[in-house]
Each structure stands twice: as structure tokens, then as C-alpha cells.
Design a protein around this ligand. Structure first.
Ligand SMILES: [Zn+2]
Length: 295
């Protein structure tokens, strides 16, 4: 059992060694996305493997995906993919379920070829009013169907939700249990969204040390593969999923971010901005992060 304190990992210059990046577009293809990340001076990035508004299986350009992977190796870039918005681990009918499964396998294939660590998918929603556990069972069923057909290295990364405290998908316990109860736990990792955690009350800004230790004990932190680094427009416990820029009017302070960023097991994990770039361009925000905390 983990008994230590949160240890800030800093390099010789006293800086924290984490990788900063942002979500980038695939308008110019997968290689184009990697090049865009490089131009932002990022060391990691996230992209949608296909149209973010559709579950349609994409006929993708394999050559482009392989070139993306090669570029990332040469430029020491880490990447993760994000599933399209309609993707849900709790589909309510059989037709939608089969579409989600096909789409997820398609996302995994593309991400694997692009050399990505994993594909981020949101935790399921409570869809059966009479039976609270049925939604969790459905999630496990969908994960098993997808991962039973998946031979690659790329993982499914389950992301915590931003709902009100007590709603589904907002606690480490649920995330850890779903992973453990699936038949393919080693193909599942986690993506921690700081805004969602704050909005749901999981991280209230002042409980990081306790939360981190709990995450280590439960078996969450060890399987954490990526962080969505977002500030929150609303206060902790609001249940509202509205991202804000890191250095700005958000409710998470710089000191609170610093505590999280310096956590022992976080070096080499991609920290991906999903912040409003119309307020602060991602290149500038990555620059601000590197100046403040970068290695
Ligand atoms: Zn997110």
C-alpha cells in the first residue's frame, strides 16, 4: 500500500518534467496534425481520428498514418486520439451498440497506425432508471466486445465525467472497478480530465494529496496514461463541463495546478490542453506552461 507523500519531481533546473500539448486538427491529415503539434512546440498532442460528429467507419489513408508515427518518433512526440462525440459506452439500443463497437475498433486501428498511446472515450451514462447497475454492466459488455476483437497495443483510455457529485463516472472507484471487471484490463487505461474532476467535486482544488494517494491505492494512478489539462469556468461541484484557460479567470488556481503537475508518477504523461484557443492560442498557452513548469 502507498504510504508516501506526494513528491514533486523536478529536474536539475528545478522544473517539473511533464509533456505539454494540445488538441490539434487533422484537416491536413495525421502527419499534418503531428507537424502542427511540433510547430506549437508541444511534446504531445491529441486528435480526432475521424469526423468528430459521426460514428461512420472511416476509410483512412494508411500511408499518412504511418508517416505520422515516424514523424512522432523522430520528433519525440507522444499522441492520443479522442473518439467522436457520439461515442458512448452505454448505447441504448442494439443498432447504436454495433455502430459504437465498429467505430471504436476503427479509432483504435487508426490510432495504432499513428503510433498513439490510446484512444480516449468518456465513461458511460446512467441509462436505465430502474436498475442502477445495468449501465455499468452494459459498459463492460461493450468494452469486452471491442477489446476481444482488438489485437493492437493501443489502449482504450476511459475519461472521468463532469457531472454533479454522485453522478455516474465521476469517481476513481467506478473507473477502477470497470477496468478490473472487464476481461481485458491490460488493454484499458485512464485519461484524467482536470476540469471534469473539478466540476464533479472529485478534485476540489485543495484535496489533491489525499486524492492522489487514494488513486495510487485503488489502482487508478498506475494506469493513468494521459491528462486533459483544463481549467474550469465554474466552481467545484457545479457539475458543469465548461473549460477555461489555465492562466485566466478559471476556478483552479496556479498553485493547485502546480500541486497536481508535480505528482510523482506523472512524468512522461501527456498533458493535453482542451482550452478555448480563441481566448489564448494554444501555442501561447503551451509557451506559458513551459515557462512556468516545463522541463
Ligand atoms: Zn477531456
Amino acid at each position: 500500500m502507498y504510504k508516501g507523500k506526494v513528491i514533486l519531481i523536478k529536474n536539475r533546473e528545478g522544473r517539473i518534467a511533464v509533456r505539454f500539448g494540445s488538441h490539434v486538427s487533422i484537416q491536413e491529415g495525421y502527419l499534418g496534425a503531428a507537424k502542427q503539434a511540433n510547430a506549437l512546440n508541444a511534446s504531445a498532442f491529441q486528435y480526432f481520428p475521424k469526423n468528430p460528429r459521426s460514428l461512420s467507419v472511416k476509410e483512412y489513408n494508411q500511408e499518412d498514418a504511418i508517416q505520422c508515427q515516424t514523424f512522432c518518433v523522430q520528433n519525440e512526440l507522444l499522441s492520443i486520439a479522442h473518439t467522436p462525440y457520439p461515442t458512448t459506452l452505454t448505447p441504448t439500443d442494439e443498432k447504436k451498440k454495433q455502430m459504437v463497437i465498429a467505430s471504436l475498433l476503427n479509432d483504435l486501428e487508426i490510432a495504432e497506425l499513428c503510433g498513439s498511446l490510446g484512444v480516449v472515450v468518456h465513461f458511460g451514462k446512467q441509462v436505465f432508471r430502474s436498475d442502477q447497475l445495468a449501465s455499468y454492466r452494459l459498459m463492460i459488455e461493450v468494452l469486452n466486445e471491442v477489446l476481444g476483437r482488438w489485437e493492437g497495443k493501443c489502449k482504450i483510455l476511459i475519461e472521468n465525467l463532469a457531472g454533479k457529485p454522485g453522478t455516474m463516472g465521476t469517481t476513481f472507484e467506478e473507473l477502477v472497478r470497470i477496468r478490473e471487471l472487464s476481461d481485458y484490463a491490460d488493454k484499458i487505461g485512464f485519461c484524467f480530465d482536470t476540469c471534469h474532476a473539478f466540476a464533479s467535486g472529485l478534485w476540489d482544488g485543495d484535496n489533491w494529496e489525499v486524492l492522489y494517494e487514494k488513486g495510487v491505492e485503488l489502482g487508478y494512478i498506475n494506469y493513468l496514461e494521459a491528462v486533459h489539462l483544463n481549467n474550469s469556468k465554474y466552481e467545484s461541484g457545479s457539475g458543469k463541463d465548461r473549460h477555461a484557460n489555465i492562466f485566466g479567470p478559471g476556478h483552479i488556481s496556479e498553485n493547485q495546478f502546480e500541486e497536481l503537475l508535480g505528482s510523482e508518477l506523472f512524468s512522461e504523461i501527456p498533458f493535453i490542453l482542451e482550452t478555448p484557443k480563441e481566448h489564448v492560442p494554444h501555442k501561447k498557452e503551451i509557451q506559458q506552461l513551459k515557462e512556468k513548469w516545463g522541463s
